[in-house]
Each structure stands twice: as structure tokens, then as C-alpha cells.
Design a protein around this ligand. Structure first.
Ligand SMILES: Nc1ncnc2c1ncn2[C@@H]1O[C@H](COP(=O)(O)OP(=O)(O)OP(=O)(O)O)[C@@H](O)[C@H]1O
Ligand SMILES: [Zn+2]
Length: 457
């Protein structure tokens, strides 16, 4: 059996991965808060953990891996969005989940085994909080329930900080009802016009951290194999998950391996909604950058390293994928992926090394091996062609858009000679253009010649 070695953020070491039960390999990954389109940074953990999911399925069997990724559908940001727009919360969260599925499907990410919505698990959260209060790890105060961090000596171990350092360094919310400034909210009161559930502490709603602890426990049990998410969640979110879960269920150990993807950066800073320096996955797809291209760019960098998004990386991915798609056209995939590719992935998900191995297969002319191995990484999938790698590179796509705009302008100006010349030029270049009520749609025909378009400028 292929050995998988993973870097565990908890122990800060790479170690061989041994599932608790090889017939039920269990992963939990923190999913999105659903009030807006996913930005490109949010897609990085999706692609990273999808690749891990595929590798585990390959090694242990597709039916033996249980992958849970939640939707946080109760949150202040969602309430704020509902207040701004006057729309019902459920409508906003349903719509956002639909967008998330559409966008992540385009990145060739498999749907997880379970995608729990937090609001379906509030009963389990209340039960867990009651357990924590009963065991002396939490206390109720002014309609809130707080976790008592001093009651859990291992608090801070995951992120490598002591409670005293945290207080000194962190921006903590001081509140009169907290015994210690680091104590965090498990439950809080809810105003009558906001979502709320009846509980032993009055009508209220859960804190964010308890959601993941409760859903992971319901779906995966006291102990499971891998917990993932972005490094930005390591503290406080994951630290708090550990504290809640280990104190409520001391017979288990919660997650054995913690994996954190590094951030997608924009000019050295984390891409994030709060900084406003983001663009969405949808923005890229609308620019006709293929989902497969986006996936390839992510896989070109190890998940543990910060990365930038650049036009050059997109162009490189397009070139490689187009060449590979040409090589494997009409070829049946080999029985199994190449050992070098599996070994690279097993080496703490060394996706850059796996891509280097794919280049080796392409160079040696092993198209069947290339196809089987690329598919293990979610690349060169059949049927994905239409929206996977697109048929033209981004520079050509931009030129086509420019020429279509020029044709529209010519028509508007009643310059029919120019409009007709463009129409004939498109046909001569093998570009199929259809006029629709939403505007012009185009497709590269079988004899498409991008060079012929240049002359139309
Ligand atoms: N720039 C980024 N690069 C990589 N992963 C990211 C980035 N930003 C967020 N993530 C990850 O995306 C996932 C979804 O997180 P969540 O929905 O909480 O994002 P968010 O808080 O809305 O984003 P933001 O941080 O932009 O406000 C988490 O696993 C988080 O770690
Ligand atoms: Zn979480």
C-alpha cells in the first residue's frame, strides 16, 4: 500500500499517516460562511483537500473515505446581508450554497461525502454546550455561555501559544460577563428579529467554533483522522474546536492530524473580504479562464506555501493543459496512475512534484500513464473539456472580446462596412459567433486560427 506522509500542524512534524480505521478514513474541513460568492482564496482549501480526498480514495478505496465539509449558515455577516437587502436569510444562504457548488464543481472538486448546514445541527450544539457546563468547562452569564480556557491546560497547544501570551498579544474582546478575557462564546442571546433557538440559557444562537465541533462529532465521532482548513483558522477557530471537543468528549482525541493550507496572497497580503483585495472564482470563469486552469495553478504550489496569482501562471497552465489534452486525445487511461505521481502526492501532498512527474510522462510519450495520473489529481477529466481548459488562451479570448465590442460599436455607428468586414473576418478565422439577446456568444471552430484575428484589429 502506498505510504502517505503528512505534515501535522499539531506536532509540527511530518509522520506516516495511519488511519484509526482504514475502512473509514475520516476528514473534516471547515467550509464557507455563506453570504457571498467565494473568492479565489476560498477556493485554495477546496482544491487542496479535494486532492487529498482523491489520494485517500485511491489508496484506501473510494467507499472507505468520509469527507465532511460544512456550511456555516448562521452568522452575523449573514444577518447583516439580510438586513441590507431585505431578503430572507434562508434565501440568501440557499442561493450562496448554489453558487458555491457551481463554482467549486468547475474546479473539478468532488462533492464531499457530507455537507452539513450548521442550522441543522443546533440541537447537537446545545447538547455539547450542556456537557461542557456539566463538566465544569463552561459557564453561563447574562444569556451567554462561555468556554473557560483556564479549565483546559492544553489550550494553546495547537497554535503553539500560551494563554498569557495570547492575552498580551491578541485583540481580545473584553466583556463584563467573561471570567478571563480569552474565554470565548459558545452561545449568545439573539434579538427577536434575528435567528434564534430555544435553549437552557434562553433564546439564542451558537458561536461559530461550537458549530464545527458539534458537526464533526455527529458525523465522524469522538476521534477522527484529519482536520483541515486555512492557516488563518488555526487560531482561534481550531484551537477553540480542540478545547470544546476534547473537554466534552475526553474519551476521544478529536482530530489526530491537523492540516493547514497557506494563504493566497495579493501583493503580499492575504486575499480576504475584509481587506477588499479579492476577486471571485466566478470573475475568473467569466473571463473564460478554465476551472481546470485555476486548479492547475493551485496545484503548482505546495499547499504549505503562500502563493500569488499571476497572469503568467495562468498562461503557463493553459499551454501545458492544451498540450496534454492534445497528447491524450483518443487514448484510454492506463490501469493505474504512475507510481512517481502517487509517491509525490503521498509525500505530504507534493502536488508540484506530481506535476513534474506528469511532465516526465508526457516527455516520454506515455499518454495513457499521463491520463490516468492526471485524473488522480482531478486534471484531464473527460467531459470536463467544455468548461475545463478552454479552447483558446486568455490573450486570444481578450482579443475576441475586443473585436466583438468593435463590431457592436460599428453597428451602433451605422458603419456597416466595418461591421461586415469583422463578420467576414471572424468566419475566415474559424470563429463561430452567435448573436443572442444577452449579447454575442462565441466558440472556436475546428479550423480556428487565432493569428487571422490579429489582422482584424
Ligand atoms: N486568501 C486565502 N487563501 C487561502 N485560503 C483562504 C483565504 N481566505 C480564506 N481562506 C479559507 O477559505 C475557507 C472559507 O473561509 P470563510 O468562509 O471563513 O472565509 P471568509 O472568512 O469569508 O474569507 P475572508 O477571510 O476573506 O473574510 C477557510 O478554510 C479559510 O481558511
Ligand atoms: Zn471549523
Amino acid at each position: 500500500m502506498t505510504e502517505i506522509r503528512l505534515y501535522n500542524s499539531r506536532t509540527r512534524q511530518v509522520a506516516p499517516f495511519r488511519p484509526i480505521d482504514p475502512d473509514r478514513v475520516r476528514i473534516y474541513v471547515c467550509g464557507p460562511t455563506v453570504y457571498d460568492r467565494a473568492h479565489l482564496g476560498n477556493a485554495r482549501p477546496v482544491v487542496v483537500f479535494d486532492t487529498l480526498f482523491r489520494l485517500l480514495q485511491h489508496v484506501y478505496g473510494a467507499e472507505r473515505v468520509i469527507y465532511v465539509r460544512n456550511f456555516t449558515d448562521v452568522d452575523d455577516k449573514i444577518n447583516a446581508r439580510a438586513a441590507e437587502t431585505g431578503r430572507p436569510i434562508r434565501e440568501i444562504t440557499d442561493e450562496t450554497i448554489g453558487w458555491y457548488h457551481d463554482d467549486m464543481d468547475r474546479l473539478l472538486a468532488l462533492r464531499p461525502t457530507h455537507e452539513p448546514r450548521a442550522t441543522d445541527y443546533v440541537g447537537a450544539m446545545i447538547a455539547m454546550i450542556e456537557e461542557l457546563v456539566a463538566k465544569g468547562h463552561a459557564y453561563a452569564a447574562e444569556g451567554h455561555v462561555l468556554f473557560d480556557v483556564r479549565s483546559f491546560p492544553a489550550y494553546g497547544q495547537l497554535s503553539g501559544r500560551s494563554v498569557d501570551d495570547m492575552i498580551a498579544g491578541a485583540r481580545v474582546e473584553v466583556a463584563p460577563y467573561k471570567r478571563d478575557p480569552m474565554d470565548f462564546v459558545l452561545w449568545k442571546p439573539s434579538a427577536p428579529d434575528l435567528p434564534g433557538w430555544d435553549s437552557p440559557w434562553g433564546r439564542g444562537r451558537p458561536g461559530w467554533h461550537i458549530e464545527c465541533s458539534a458537526m464533526a462529532h455527529e458525523l465522524l465521532g469522538d476521534s477522527f483522522d484529519i482536520h483541515g482548513g486555512g492557516i488563518d483558522l488555526q487560531f482561534p477557530h481550531h484551537e477553540n474546536e480542540v478545547a470544546q471537543s476534547c473537554c466534552a468528549h475526553p474519551e476521544g482525541q478529536f482530530a489526530r492530524v491537523w492540516m493547514h493550507n497557506e494563504m493566497l496572497l495579493v501583493e503580499g497580503k492575504k486575499m480576504s473580504k475584509s481587506l477588499g483585495n479579492f476577486f471571485t472564482v466566478r470573475d475568473l470563469l467569466d473571463k473564460r479562464i478554465g476551472g481546470e486552469v485555476i486548479r492547475f495553478v493551485f496545484l503548482s504550489t505546495h499547499y504549505g506555501k503562500p502563493m500569488d496569482w499571476t497572469e503568467a501562471k495562468v498562461a503557463e497552465a493553459e499551454t501545458v493543459l492544451l498540450r496534454w489534452r492534445g497528447l491524450v486525445a483518443g487514448i484510454e487511461p492506463a490501469q493505474s496512475p504512475a507510481p512517481a505521481v502517487v509517491a509525490a502526492l503521498g509525500d505530504d501532498l507534493n502536488t508540484a512534484g506530481a506535476i513534474a512527474a506528469l511532465h516526465g510522462l508526457a516527455a516520454s510519450g506515455d499518454a495513457a500513464g499521463l491520463l490516468a495520473s492526471a485524473r488522480l489529481m482531478g486534471l484531464l477529466e473527460e467531459g470536463a473539456g467544455g468548461w475545463a481548459v478552454r479552447s483558446v488562451d486568455s490573450r486570444t479570448a481578450a482579443l475576441i472580446e475586443e473585436l466583438l465590442a468593435a463590431r457592436a460599436a460599428a453597428r451602433k455607428a451605422r458603419d456597416f462596412a466595418r461591421a461586415d468586414a469583422l463578420r467576414d473576418g471572424f468566419a475566415a478565422a474559424g470563429l463561430i459567433v452567435r448573436d443572442t439577446p444577452q449579447g454575442a456568444e462565441w466558440e472556436a471552430g475546428p479550423n480556428f486560427d487565432p493569428a487571422a484575428l490579429e489582422a482584424l484589429r
